[in-house]
Design a binder for this molecule. Structure first.
Ligand SMILES: *[C@@H]1O[C@H](CO)[C@@H](O)[C@H](O)[C@H]1NC(C)=O
Ligand SMILES: *[C@@H]1O[C@H](CO)[C@@H](O)[C@H](O)[C@H]1NC(C)=O
Ligand SMILES: *[C@@H]1O[C@H](CO)[C@@H](O)[C@H](O)[C@H]1NC(C)=O
Ligand SMILES: *[C@@H]1O[C@H](CO)[C@@H](O)[C@H](O)[C@H]1NC(C)=O
Length: 391
């Protein structure tokens, strides 16, 4: 003990010492002390860390295996027998610990008896594919307000993005486990498949709408719901374009799965029904071909689903999109609208004077959504939503 107390003095002396051996011997005592200090510090950190991890496990919803095994055993003794409720209840949270193989497998389950033994109200799944924030969230909240039970929401954003919706928001907790997305590459289609797979876990989701953070609704919910649910076709745009930007992007290595007469192009923003959603999630025939042979300047999100579905289910497609966009300004990207663009005339231009085919009949109602709108437009859109859109 005494020697340790005096060790500081020894160290000073040691510094002066000319004999290297004495120096080492003298330094070894403070070294021991230091080791002991380090050990104690390490022990302290370890204890704090284990308390922290225990807390985190609970905080993360007790989904951890370690935490949930005893709970499951206890529950097994008191749980009621399985009811249908257990099978049809949607997951309570968008968060889960399945990787893509597990998730897609689970999402591909399809009942073989086509009559539901319960009252199933078909819902629209609004799936937001975003980089980060959802600036138009307040407009969507206003649009969806009062239609609970007829819709669900899923958000896929870049993995590092932390959403900050308050618990009162309908977007709270709607983030699905996300992965990195590179625009124009297969990782983008994979993100869309991930959104579809998550939405498929809720048996009541029947219609699946892909949207971006720059999308807005153009009509009130009743009109949107009726239009989608009464359509005999899914709104996947799909056309054959004989140009460098259409057939020009085809790669002969894709045959025999896809040959050039089957090659299609279409907007990334779609609405599809449950049958097509399952088909996309379970696909492992076309995906490898597109991943390998459709890379920029072949933008896979403009070709993969339109081509694949046109080959497999041409009779189920409307071959047009519900999402209006303005390509008239030219260039590689469509126009983005700012605050100054938003006038009643502007929306008249989008909504009026259009014709399209709906259920094999001519229709003047062609678009339900529009893009691209800058965050600066939110305020004026919210203020005038009843005049512009009827909600
Ligand atoms: C998911 O996990 C399973 C089991 O660990 C593994 O076999 C599979 O390769 C994983 N899939 C992906 C896409 O990581
Ligand atoms: C939705 O809009 C239509 C047409 O503008 C209108 O007739 C209908 O009353 C609106 N529905 C609701 C619930 O606001
Ligand atoms: C492409 O597909 C069509 C129809 O399936 C077939 O008739 C044609 O022979 C195919 N062409 C090639 C080059 O494989
Ligand atoms: C969509 O295009 C396919 C050919 O790719 C065609 O068979 C189908 O009838 C079209 N759908 C409608 C609604 O016209």
């Amino acid at each position: 003990m005494q020697s340790r107390v005096g060790s500081h003095g020894t160290l000073e002396e040691g510094k002066e010492s000319k004999d290297p051996l004495t120096k080492v011997a003298n330094q070894s005592r403070p070294l021991q002390l230091r080791l002991l200090q380090c050990l104690l510090l390490f022990l302290g950190v370890a204890i704090v860390f284990s308390f922290f991890s225990m807390y985190m496990m609970r905080y993360l919803g007790g989904q951890n295996v370690i935490a949930s095994v005893p709970e499951a055993r206890i529950l097994a003794c008191v749980q009621e027998p399985t009811t249908l409720e257990n099978w049809i209840k949607p997951p309570s949270s968008s968060f889960h610990r399945m990787n893509d193989s597990e998730l897609f497998w689970r999402a591909s389950f399809v009942p073989q008896i086509k009559t539901y033994p319960f009252k199933r109200v078909p819902k629209i799944a609004f799936m937001f594919l975003t980089r980060g924030a959802l600036p138009m969230a307040p407009l969507w909240e206003k649009f969806l307000n009062g239609n609970e039970g007829l819709y669900s929401i899923y958000v896929h954003s870049l993995p590092l993005y932390q959403p900050d919706f308050p618990p009162s928001s309908i977007f709270y907790g709607k983030q699905i486990p996300s992965q990195m997305v590179e625009w124009g590459r297969m990782s983008m289609c994979d993100a869309e498949r991930r959104l579809l797979a998550n939405a498929l876990l809720d048996i009541s989701n029947e219609y699946f709408v892909l949207l971006s953070e720059a999308c807005i609704p153009l009509h009130n919910f009743s009109i949107v719901y009726r239009y989608i649910s009464r359509s005999r076709f899914s709104f996947m745009e799909s056309f054959d374009e004989d140009s460098p930007f259409g057939r020009g992007r085809y790669n002969a290595n894709m045959s025999p799965e896809v040959n050039i007469t089957e090659w299609r192009k279409g907007s990334q923003w779609f609405e599809i029904n449950r049958k097509l959603a399952v088909d996309i999630v379970q696909d492992n025939i076309y995906r490898p071909k597109f991943e390998q042979f459709c890379r920029p300047a072949c933008y896979v999100d403009e070709h993969y689903f339109p081509t694949m579905l046109s080959i497999q289910f041409p009779h189920l497609l409307a071959n047009r999109t519900l999402t209006w966009v303005d390509w008239s300004r030219g260039g590689a990207h469509p126009a983005t609208f700012g605050k100054a663009d938003i006038t009643e005339k502007f929306f008249k231009r989008i909504l009026d004077g259009k014709t399209c085919i709906y259920n094999n009949q001519p229709s003047t109602l062609c678009f339900l959504f529009a893009r691209k709108f800058a965050p600066s437009t939110l305020e004026v859109l919210l203020e005038h939503s009843s005049e512009f859109f009827g909600f």
